[in-house]
Design a protein around this ligand. Sequence first.
Ligand code: NAD
Ligand code: UD1
Length: 347
Amino acid sequence: MKILVTGGAGYIGSHSCIELAASNHQVVILDNLCNASLVSIARAEKLAGTRFPLHRIDLRDGEAVHRLFEREHFDAVVHFAALKAVGESVEKPLDYYDNNVVGSIHLLQAMRAHGCKRLVFSSSATVYGNPDSVPVNEDAPLRVTNPYGRTKLVTEDMIRDACAADPQFSAILLRYFNPVGAHPSGEIGEDPRGIPNNLMPYICQVAVGRRDHLGVFGGDWPTVDGTGVRDYIHVVDLARAHADAINALEYARHPATTLNLGTGQGISVLQLVRAFEQARVRAFEQASGRKVPCEIVARRAGDVAAVYADPRRAKEVIGWQAARGVDEMCVDAWRWQSRNPEGYGAA
Ligand code: NAD
Ligand code: UD1
């Protein structure tokens, strides 16, 4: 199939373009590069051994999106493009609704106008908020707690409504838990701007010497060691799920099917730090390498104790399950970070 990948220059999008190409699909990227670099596309192309033509379009520009669909036929869309910083979404909620919701409306309108009937959408475990129990399955109550999460839930709802209104329209909504790691080549990975909000990039930046220690947000959570527990998933496993979802849509209708993407295993902050230190020593023989000094600091506003997935439905519906463990996540994250200490910036 010929697939339009919105946000294909970004962290998860670039890895997914490679997996889609490996599944013999033709990939075209739409990205405005507001949080990505052309270098990631060039490197992903090299790894995939094929071209990923880029249309530098902003989804907020509905006319430009329509014109693209007029010029080219797409069999399916994988929709990653969004702003994703929770804290920023609290400060600038309208920017988030404009980019993520209005952008998605334009995309859905262009798809409808041009007969494109298959969609895979990037949602987030953030829609579960503070779950009543773990592991969380897809039927758990939805309780978003910030504007970013609400843009994801609103877009999920729009897609469900679009599927209900058109029996030919078919969609898979993927709720990611905590994507980490990088392509095993060390060529592409996560390149956060400024101080990382998320744990794994922060650990990597401490390890590479860009920051001096990790502040652990709370040491008195009701968890195994008092630190927060999450479900970390290797980005290559996550990327493969998009190819599996697209292949499932090629052969069967999915009237807005929602799937969790996680490993099903909860890992605490301190467990991840230790796993990272050990993986680095094992894989790179850096026995004397920098440790990751930790200091317990106050809880982060809005944080929760433990969130991890029940990922069984993804296996039943699209035949996907995570294959890579925490060791591989850490080794691949470190390979990317150590080879690209300044991310794509210095490339
Ligand atoms: P990313 O920022 O690396 O990628 C997003 C891409 O979308 C970037 O290349 C950016 O330039 C592009 N983009 C943003 N707004 C655009 C617009 N209006 N028009 C065109 N392009 C635009 O983020 P990511 O981590 O790869 O996340 C991809 C998707 O997965 C997002 O929808 C995000 O909300 C979702 N998600 C991410 C995580 C995570 O932890 N990384 C977790 C859950 C869900
Ligand atoms: C974040 C997002 C959430 C998104 C999810 C998946 C925020 C507030 N939430 O949540 O919307 O769906 O990622 O990508 O950004 N931690 C530290 N020190 C740090 C950073 C994190 O101790 O410097 C802890 C956190 O308290 C948490 C764990 O590490 O217990 C993971 O944090 P993070 O990577 O931000 O992921 P989430 O909290 O799951």
